[in-house]
Design a protein around this ligand. Sequence first.
Ligand SMILES: [Zn+2]
Length: 409
Amino acid sequence: MKVCIHRGSRQIGGSCIEIAHDGARIALDFGLPLEGDPADKALLPPIRLDGLEAIAISHPHLDHYGLLHHLRQDVPVAMGQAARRIVRAAAPFTGQALPRLEGFTLAHRTPLDIGPFRITPYLMDHSAYDAYALQVEAGGKTLFYSGDLRGHGRKGGLFEQIVSAPPAGIDVLLMEGSSLSRLEDDDVFPSEAELEEAFVRQFRATAGLSMVLTSAQNIDRVVSLYRACKRSGRTLIIDLYAAAILEATGNGNIPQSDWPGIALFVPESQRTQIRKNEWFELLRRHAKRRVFPEQLRALASTSTVLFRPLMMADLERADALQDAGFIYSQWQGYLERGAYATTQAWLARHRISMHHIHTSGHASPRDLRRFAEALAPGALVPIHSFAPDKYAGLFANVVQHPDGEWWEV
Ligand SMILES: [Zn+2]
């Protein structure tokens, strides 16, 4: 089995790996680089698509699938069924080009034979829903690609499971190391459960409307929010985008628009989208607990809104911001890059201060060490990290392979 990391050996984002054996080839992930323009074809990895058996997508984050829409050829895509539904549900709202996603379906610990490759997905704890690590076997060799993972989320049990009963005989482990440039070696991230407590405290300390800026696609976080709302006597108000994403999980244990304690609010700009695109059926499905702008002011003190910047004008017009609180619950980097400058100016204008409650979607160095020790690979190759040079000091059997180099497993 031969392997080439086309992108990812020294960076977070844009991951793409190609594996060849016996004349057949597959790719793992087809990601958009972090600062990349999705329309930029120059970012495409140099993979010959002709004859490629499949592209397996580890999880529905753009830095792992965000260049797929450029593919014209008939390359099958392997991904989780819920991941596929989430990408399809999000695209009409975000305006992202919808890639062709037909092909194979990844399912937890269910081996999938594609050409000479046997792919076994392992469902992982991560901030994206339906995220997998991928074990690839061919020609008597075994490669394990971690995808993105963590152990401190709501699915931490999956991490403990694989660490306590790891797959055996791993020749090479491609392991992400996002946290290595963000945390000291012995630091750990707060758990999702700890975040829930912090949300409860903050909601209780807020007299008016609570607003939380996070991604509706971070399903673990939405669950934490929902639980914290229940505990603090608040209704969680979501928009139609969040309702569609939660529905796309296909999981009856994840909060849905028709659950008690949830309400749907459709901001003005989304109402325009609904009329223009005739999303009447989608709206009907989620309108059971709909609230209208004129109700917001009265509901404010007993509500938390899953905030999106497009709601600013609506909340202002509804006069719902008296004694309001705001929590930023995403990666700090977006703020530093000015992605929410307009929101920050709006908050300042309304004299609302910003609190920060967040935890990473990636494993701490300490958990990465536990993972690497459990899988005990013949070689450990850094990927999805800005600090590949730190690996050798933390893990055993580290071998670096630069982007574009083909090597034999
Ligand atoms: Zn990810």
